[in-house]
Every structure is written in structure tokens, then in C-alpha cells.
Design a protein around this ligand. Structure first.
Ligand code: APR
Length: 312
């Protein structure tokens, strides 16, 4: 019996798109990768470079670069990174006007070639761009998801581990809400080797870690000056793509469309979800404290404003 090859399209062959492709190759998560960019030749050149890493990392799939969406046909997962990145002093919201046009354009072209794909959206501001992909594609809500929580939680876990001098992989933590200043790194649920961080760190230390997590993207932009983070954003998207392509059913924090979960409706927001072959297979709800609810409501207000600005 012929087995269908798993096909991943990455739109935008810039910093994040190429990092995602590189992680996909090194993790061997699919048989075909199509890298797409509007700039003639850019994706072709980057794909050639990436494909030449295959003998060194053991990837035996096919990697192509193109500006032609016909080659993306029947993709299983489409990662959207096309758009502008931040420069120092810019918030993610400052990107909205330009990126909404770009994301609309790429969604139309990609969706018509791959009607059964699952979209993973990275372009900022993520929570509004994922809404844009949802509206423009007409895809069911489970097939459209935003990448933010995996990245924000990885940052949170890193800072906790550094503070305690322990292995980052032994830190378990969840960041919910918007990918922006109002994101909610949950303190109550963060653990190290099963022990709550509140048992191990002072309130002052925890507050500083939470603040640094909320500002982690801007901290990197401030140093880079010409762009934003790309290595961990790319890997975070691949963590999600892998769970979908391999039907792993990982529980990962992702921007999912909410219809009453956590008392929120009509927006995409970072919540824990089960990711499998059908995309967002479940939103994992749990009881928040009244303080957490209040903090999350700030995310909702901020996302609603972003969505309003998309004009959709
Ligand atoms: N179609 C396809 N590709 C496009 C389009 C389009 N209509 N418009 C722009 N692009 C491509 C650019 O040519 C560029 O190669 O998107 C790529 C973006 O790459 P970078 O400028 O390197 O930006 P990057 O750091 O990858 O960030 C991309 O992800 O994390 C977010 O905030 C970030 O919104 C930004 C996005």
C-alpha cells in the first residue's frame, strides 16, 4: 500500500521561515518541504542551501523553493511567516496594517491549493493574523492555529531554569493569552521537577521572570536592531507541525479560536490545546483563579482591538 508523504509548506523564506525549515529537516518530520517567498529567487536559493544539509543531518525528503503556489498543492501543514518583522521601538501592533494585506494574499493562494491543510500562523501580531487566516481561508476553526504559547512558554521555562541553575527541560510552565505585553505566564502552574516554583523562588524573583518573559521578544529586537527572534520561533512552529503531522496529540499552548472556553468567545487566544492530525483536536479547559481571569481579560481586550484594526 502506498503511504502518503507528509508535506509541509512554509510561506516566507526569511529568518523565521528558514529556521523553521532547518528544524523540520533536522527533526525529519516530513517528506516534502516547500519554501515560498514573493521575492523572486529567494526561496529557491534558500531551499538549495537547506537541501544540501541533507547528507549531514540524514534528511531524505525533498526541499524546494518557489514563488509558485501550484507547487504547494496538497500540503498537510502550512506555516505562515510572510510579512514584516519588528525593529527597535516597534510593538507587534505596529506591523498590523502591512501584514494583514500580506497574510490575506498568501492565505488565499495557499488555501485554494491545499483545502485540507492545517495553517500555523507566526506572522505578527499573531493573534490578529491567525484570525485573518481563519476568515480569509474559510477553513474550520480546528485547522487554523497561531504559534505563540510554545515560544513564550519556552522563554518562561528558560528564565526559571537559569534562575535556579537547573536543566531547562525539567521546567514545566504555561503562558496563556495574547502574544504581547499582556500575556499571562501562569505562576501557580509552573513547576521544576514537579515542585511548584513558588516553593523555590521569592515573589520578587518570580515577578522579574514574568516581566522578562512578557518583554522577551522586545529584548531580542533591542539587541538585533534589524529584525526579531527567529531560531526559537521557527522551532516552536515545528514542535506544533510535528504533533499534527505525526498525530502526536501533544498538549501545547497555541492561539486557538475560542467559543465560550474560559468564558471567552470570538477571538483567537493562547490556551492549552491537543494538537493531532485534525489540528486543534481539543481545547483543554481548567479553572482559573479570579486574578488570572482578570489578567486574561486584558489579553482579550487587546486582541479585540487588533482584530478590529484588521477590518475583517
Ligand atoms: N508572500 C510571500 N512572502 C512574503 C510576502 C508575500 N506576499 N511578503 C513578504 N514576504 C516575505 C519576505 O520577502 C521575507 O523573505 O516574508 C519574509 C519575511 O522574512 P523576514 O523579513 O526575515 O522576517 P522574519 O524575521 O522571518 O519574521 C517574519 O514572523 O515572528 C514574525 O514578527 C515576525 O511578522 C514577522 C514574521
Amino acid at each position: 500500500m502506498e503511504t502518503k508523504s507528509r508535506k509541509l509548506t512554509i510561506i516566507g523564506a526569511g529568518a523565521v521561515g528558514c529556521a523553521a525549515a532547518q528544524w523540520a529537516i533536522s527533526r525529519n518530520i516530513c517528506e516534502e518541504i516547500v519554501l515560498v517567498d514573493v521575492v523572486e529567487g529567494l526561496a529557491v536559493g534558500k531551499a538549495l542551501d537547506l537541501s544540501q544539509s541533507a547528507p549531514l543531518c540524514g534528511f531524505s525528503g525533498n526541499i524546494i523553493g518557489t514563488s509558485d503556489y501550484a507547487l504547494t498543492k496538497d500540503s498537510d501543514v502550512i506555516i505562515v511567516t510572510a510579512g514584516l518583522a519588528r525593529k527597535p521601538g516597534m510593538s507587534r501592533d505596529d506591523l498590523l496594517e502591512k501584514n494583514v494585506q500580506i497574510v490575506k494574499d498568501v492565505t488565499q493562494k495557499a488555501a485554494q491549493n491545499s483545502p485540507n491543510a492545517c495553517f500555523i500562523v507566526i506572522t505578527n501580531p499573531i493573534d490578529a493574523m491567525v484570525y485573518t487566516v481563519f476568515k480569509v481561508s474559510g477553513f474550520p476553526k480546528n485547522k487554523v492555529v497561531g504559534m505563540a504559547g510554545v515560544l513564550d512558554s519556552a522563554r518562561y521555562r528558560t528564565f526559571i531554569a537559569k534562575e535556579l541553575g537547573v536543566a531547562p527541560k525539567d521546567v514545566s510552565a504555561l503562558v496563556m493569552g495574547i502574544h504581547g505585553d499582556f500575556m499571562l505566564p501562569l505562576v501557580r502552574l509552573a513547576t521544576v521537577g514537579g515542585i511548584p516554583i513558588t516553593e523555590l523562588l521569592s515573589k520578587e524573583k518570580i515577578d522579574a521572570i514574568v516581566k522578562r518573559t512578557q518583554q522577551a521578544g522586545a529584548e531580542i529586537v533591542g539587541h538585533l536592531k534589524t529584525g526579531s527572534a527567529f531560531v526559537t520561533p521557527g522551532l516552536s512552529a515545528i514542535e506544533m507541525a510535528q504533533s499534527i503531522l505525526n498525530d502526536e496529540k501533544r498538549i501545547l499552548p497555541c492561539a486557538a479560536y475560542l467559543e465560550g472556553e474560559f468564558g471567552i468567545s470570538g477571538v483567537f487566544l493562547g490556551v492549552p490545546v491537543v494538537l493531532g492530525k485534525n489540528g486543534v483536536e481539543k481545547i483543554v479547559e481548567f479553572e482559573l483563579t479570579s486574578e488570572e481571569k482578570e489578567l486574561l481579560s486584558r489579553s482579550v481586550e487587546a486582541v479585540k482591538k487588533q482584530v478590529e484594526a484588521t477590518g475583517l
